[in-house]
Design a protein around this ligand. Structure first.
Ligand SMILES: NC(=O)c1ccc[n+]([C@@H]2O[C@H](COP(=O)([O-])OP(=O)(O)OC[C@H]3O[C@@H](n4cnc5c(N)ncnc54)[C@H](O)[C@@H]3O)[C@@H](O)[C@H]2O)c1
Length: 397
């Protein structure tokens, strides 16, 4: 390894960490990726993105060629770097509470290598209070590094484009740490927005919870209209046509994935406030697959039907199955249908079957993730449940 990197990205082989590492390296910084996932590191070293990311492969090749990217699975890799950016996953537990212990576990191996001239920048989405806690934790261990929080707000899969466009919120437990984080992100972001750590932590969670609530409103409206025997796609179009105030109202569809649900629950888990709206959003979004099964079972004897699920990723044109509602639907149907077949052009899952086989063998098809590849799909006259209205035949179920 080289003597000094400008910055190290802990979790730098992940969905947030890797595009960030590449973006900084592309701007001329010497970047070291530190990640425990050796398989992903090996793929990156060969110029292969471990997941789908628009423009990621070309950027990775360019950055590897520049020699400004190093990869290691050793915590000691952070030694001497001015910035240490933490991008590890911050999931919730089975009781929907934040797993704050993960941050402590990730920090412990770093402690012997962190020094007073360094700034630790938290970029993972964290529960309010974590940034200040990390500051106290480090001080308690005699580590003098500065602590900042600079949340990631990209949409998954489009980080390469968005990192250079989105304003960057920065905060720090000291003014010096905040200034350092602002200097770092000044290389990337067109605008720096300064907040206090707790404000920044809430801001990030509110961004995701708001999006989740918007999807929930759309899905609740869909279920109400559909239960009234109406085609919601027509109502949706009619409401929005020429009416700018509703420009943000999304269409109906599965709303899940690794962030929106868990970040809404991070807010809801706090003992300091109620978040009834967040819980209501969870109930609406998580209800949609249940509702589809219920509607189909009212019209079909599912025990005699093979059901095919199209798209197992949590969203369209992505390969990430984390917290995908397609898998919730699969579990629901496994108890009710004769058989459940699943397919996806991007997700890696040994249970998946080729698209043509799923279409051929299924009596009922459910569009779960509207991948562009499904446009114009010949569904061979099968019953199709398409809450997205993707196939252009309305979205009644
Ligand atoms: N996925 C998104 O689009 C997105 C967007 C905004 C914010 N976030 C937030 O960013 C964070 C990361 O999410 P992600 O989707 O990139 O997760 P991810 O699982 O894709 O990436 C996390 C990476 O951290 C690595 N890792 C875990 N523990 C480690 C350790 N102790 N040392 C070194 N490496 C370690 C993992 O191997 C993995 O490569 C989460 O807090 C998430 O809420 C994600």
């Amino acid at each position: 390894m080289r003597q000094n990197a400008d910055l190290c990205v802990i979790g730098g082989a992940g969905h947030v960490g890797l595009p960030l590492a590449l973006a900084f390296a592309d701007r001329g910084l010497r970047v070291r990726v530190v990640d425990v996932n050796r398989r992903a590191l090996a793929a990156i070293a060969k110029g292969r993105m471990p997941f789908m990311e628009e423009g990621g492969a070309a950027l990775l090749r360019r950055v590897l060629k520049s020699g400004r990217l190093e990869l290691t699975d050793k915590a000691s890799g952070i030694r001497g770097a001015r910035f240490v950016v933490l991008t590890i996953g911050t999931p919730i537990d089975e009781f929907l509470n934040p797993r704050t212990g993960d941050i402590e576990a990730a920090l412990k191996p770093l402690l012997p290598h962190l020094g007073g001239r360094q700034t630790l920048v938290l970029r993972s989405t964290v529960t309010p209070g974590v940034t200040e806690w990390v500051g106290r934790f480090l001080r308690g261990k005699g580590v003098k590094a500065g602590v900042a929080f600079a949340p990631e707000r990209i949409v998954q899969g489009r980080a390469v484009e968005e990192l250079g466009k989105l304003p960057q919120i920065v905060s720090g437990t000291t003014r010096a740490a905040e200034d350092e984080a602002a200097a770092l992100f000044g290389h990337l972001a067109p605008r720096i927005v300064r907040l206090a750590p707790r404000e920044a932590e809430f801001a990030k969670l509110f961004c995701n919870a708001y999006r989740y609530i918007q999807f929930a409103a759309a899905n609740q409206f869909y279920m109400i209209a559909n239960s009234a025997g109406l085609d919601y796609s027509r109502i949706h179009r009619g409401m929005k046509e020429g009416y700018d105030r509703l420009r943000d109202l999304p269409g109906a569809g599965f709303a899940a994935g690794p962030c929106l649900f868990k970040d809404t629950m991070q807010l809801a888990a706090s003992p300091d406030h109620d978040f009834n709206l967040g819980h209501a959003a969870m109930r609406a979004n998580e209800r949609l697959p249940v509702y589809i099964v219920r509607r189909l079972s009212q019209r079909h004897d599912l025990a005699k039907k093979t059901v095919g699920l199209l798209g197992m990723a949590f969203k369209a044109d992505n390969d990430d199955p984390r917290s995908s509602l397609s898998y919730k639907l699969k579990k629901l149907l496994a108890l009710r249908a004769k058989a459940v077949l699943t397919t996806d052009p991007f997700v890696r899952d040994p249970a998946l079957r080729p698209l043509a086989e799923v279409v051929r063998k299924s009596d009922i098809l459910i569009l779960c993730a509207p991948h562009t590849a499904y446009k114009g799909l010949d569904t061979r006259g099968k019953v199709v449940a398409d809450v997205w209205g993707f196939f252009g035949r309305g979205n009644r179920v």
